[in-house]
Design a binder for this molecule. Structure first.
Ligand code: ZN
Length: 249
């Protein structure tokens, strides 16, 4: 069975900004879907903000093992009902990969439980060195110790997030800033990965190392097969002592 992937994009910059359209003529979602779709183990579809139900009706989430999320200027346009639906899907086991400025999306803030939109940023077109600081993590598989993105938007600390369950990437910039650029959370049955590189005016999603990160992340965040169902009970049955236990005291 392939992993069912939905790439969601607000798809606003590409329609409003010539500079962005030059990099991603069909939209960031199509660029990501294109390289993920080359992987025979993935079944990839796309969804965008402007579609009915913001592209994410329950029927789509029910058939999604991993949802990728790229948003920036349209965070407030995402319907609260849709955010709640995505949140519940994550708690029930759907993987979520939050990209770049998605750190300020309603869904990521809900996952974080605090205002995760707070960080410093600068667009100077400088480079980024992305260090793998947890080489044992499956999302780092196949990567070198670090890789470089020639032109990026600088995101820098302090980044107002709860301590990650696993911190995988740390970025450094020539101007001296650092940033926790890739990390995970687990919530309920669901796994979440955040990855910061991906500014819309640079071809970052066309870079092989970035594609490796996202391919790995899709596999890692995908539903855990046979994950225990979460059941809330008033009374958990009492553990019955083994018959022999009395004699051994
Ligand atoms: Zn950006």
């Amino acid at each position: 069975m392939p992993i069912r992937v939905t790439v969601w994009n607000e798809f606003l910059h590409e329609q409003n900004d010539e500079k962005v359209r030059a990099v991603y003529p069909l939209g960031i979602h199509q660029a990501i879907a294109e390289f993920l779709g080359r992987d025979a183990e993935l079944a990839v579809r796309t969804a965008t903000l402007g579609q009915p139900d913001n592209g994410l009706p329950q029927a789509v989430l029910d058939q999604t093992d991993v949802l990728l999320w790229w948003g920036h200027m349209g965070h407030q346009l995402v319907d609260d009902m849709v955010v709640e639906r995505v949140y519940q899907a994550v708690l029930d086991g759907m993987g979520l990969i939050v990209l770049h400025s998605g750190h300020a999306s309603k869904i990521f803030e809900k996952i974080c439980g605090m205002p995760s939109h707070l960080l410093s940023w600068q667009e100077r077109g400088e480079g980024e060195r992305v260090f793998v600081i947890n080489p044992a993590h499956p999302i780092a598989a196949g990567l070198p110790q670090y890789f470089e993105i020639p032109k990026t938007e600088v995101y820098s600390e302090y980044f107002s997030i709860p301590a990650p369950d696993s911190l995988i990437f740390l970025s450094w910039y020539p101007s001296g800033e650092v940033f926790r650029s890739g990390f995970t959370y687990e919530r309920g049955r669901g796994k979440i990965f955040y990855f910061s590189p991906g500014h819309e005016t640079y071809p970052i999603y066309k870079q092989p190392e970035v594609q490796t990160v996202l391919r790995n992340a899709v596999r890692w965040t995908a539903r855990t097969p046979n994950a225990p169902r979460i059941v809330y009970r008033a009374n958990t049955p009492v553990l019955r002592p083994h018959a022999d236990m009395g004699e051994n005291r």
